[in-house]
Design a protein around this ligand. Structure first.
Ligand SMILES: Cc1ncc(COP(=O)(O)O)c(C=O)c1O
Length: 383
């Protein structure tokens, strides 16, 4: 194998611009909460049109706070249930356990996102909410699930970790959920090093989450330092909160990345369209349909093939290093209670492959990956 390796994810940072943005934080002496975190929150609200946004250390932290605040607001009890997908990163489901909520797994459809019919079947007397994951940036049948939640009086949390820059009919992902949580982790479409954003639809919950993310303290250090008034040390601590707020270095990196998000996602879609054209009609390679009317972020480009593990080994031999997003969570000891309840997710989990998709790929790279996949499938899963 002499050709250059093609990896799944390689983030692109505008290095000089990003270093200048970090430098500003260092020069003015403010690297923590406030300053650029506030600027980034404002920029994110303006870009997405979402009414509220609070910058955090990660999407995992955001999802945890989402459940904590909804449970508080609605008076949920330990043992109450949330319908969720087994085809996700474990963060999505771990945070339910942090709060004593029970993940009830529903199956996925051909978009690899939750299937509304399966969600409807799982609703029971203790169901309080649904968690929808926009896998790879695909909204799937999110809107049907939103309508179902409205009809049945359930809360809806959107795990939008992959959805920075996903639009549907001109609306950014998250606008109609009770809360949407985005990830700006190192390899996401809007990369920082590690950060996330929680976007509540209700103003009261946005105000609350700012305290919850800062140990329950009701006045942050930045407003105490820069705000009006005397006796700035006279803050109150309203409850035992968490140390989950983001910092200005991450926000400075993210502010630069946000300037390029639309352009970068458009390029991802171009590359994904090229994969689509090259793989269309292949009898042993199934592509994943995007939701109608959506302009997806294209965090992932996924296909389904038989003998997936062998196919990946064959791709590795050709210098192509794809990924698997994700293994059915009910395979993990933690979530065995859901085993056997989601056959389509299990089947997808055995067949799914994420092909390399990032901004350092060019057209010949995509052609090489697609050709390698076709060869690997012919060798390992000839049918
Ligand atoms: C679907 C999904 N949800 C949540 C997360 C957690 O994001 P973070 O790494 O920002 O905590 C990830 C991260 O990969 C993810 O893929």
């Amino acid at each position: 194998m002499s050709e250059k390796p093609i990896h799944l994810f390689v983030p692109t940072f505008r290095v000089d611009e990003t270093l200048a943005a970090i430098r500003e934080c260092l020069e003015c002496g403010w690297t923590g909460l406030g300053f650029r975190t506030l600027d980034f929150e404002a920029a994110w609200r303006e870009y997405t049109g979402l009414p509220h946004a609070h910058f955090l250390t990660s999407a995992t932290a955001g999802l945890h706070l989402a459940w904590r605040l909804l449970a508080e607001a609605d008076g949920w009890k330990p043992g109450d249930e949330v319908i969720t997908t087994p085809l996700t990163f474990v963060s999505t489901n771990h945070v339910l356990l942090y709060e004593g909520l029970v993940p009830v797994f529903a199956d996925v459809d051909e978009t690899l996102c939750l299937d509304p019919a399966s969600v409807a079947e799982r609703i029971g007397p203790r169901t309080r909410a649904v968690c929808f994951v926009g896998l790879g940036g695909n909204p799937g049948r999110y809107r049907e699930i939103r309508d179902l939640c409205r009809e049945r009086g359930l809360r809806l949390v959107l795990d939008a970790a992959h959805m920075a820059g996903t639009w549907q009919d001109g609306v950014h992902a998250g606008g109609d959920a009770d809360v949407a949580v985005f990830s700006f982790q190192a390899v996401k479409n809007l990369p920082s090093a590690d950060a996330g954003m929680i976007c509540f639809s209700e103003e009261r919950l946005d105000a609350e989450v700012r305290k919850w993310s800062w140990l329950g303290i009701n006045k942050d250090t930045y407003s105490r330092t820069h705000g009006e008034g005397v006796y700035k040390w006279h803050y109150d601590v309203e409850h035992v909160g968490f140390k989950y707020h983001g910092n200005s270095i991450m926000a400075a990196i993210a502010l630069v990345a946000l300037r390029y998000l639309e352009e970068d996602n458009a390029r991802r879609r171009e590359l994904a369209d090229r994969y689509d054209r090259l793989l269309a009609g292949h009898p042993r390679i199934d592509r994943v349909p995007m939701a109608p009317g959506s302009v997806p972020s294209r965090h992932l480009y996924q296909v389904l093939v038989d003998e997936r593990d062998e196919v990946i080994v064959e791709l590795n031999r050709r210098g192509v290093y794809p990924g698997v997003h994700y293994r059915d969570n009910t395979l993990y000891r933690m979530y065995r209670h859901g085993e056997g309840t989601c056959p389509r997710a299990r089947r997808a989990s055995e067949r799914i492959v994420s092909l390399p998709l990032h901004l350092r790929l060019d057209e010949p790279d995509v052609d090489r990956v697609a050709a390698a996949l076709v060869e690997a499938v012919a060798l390992r899963a000839p049918g």
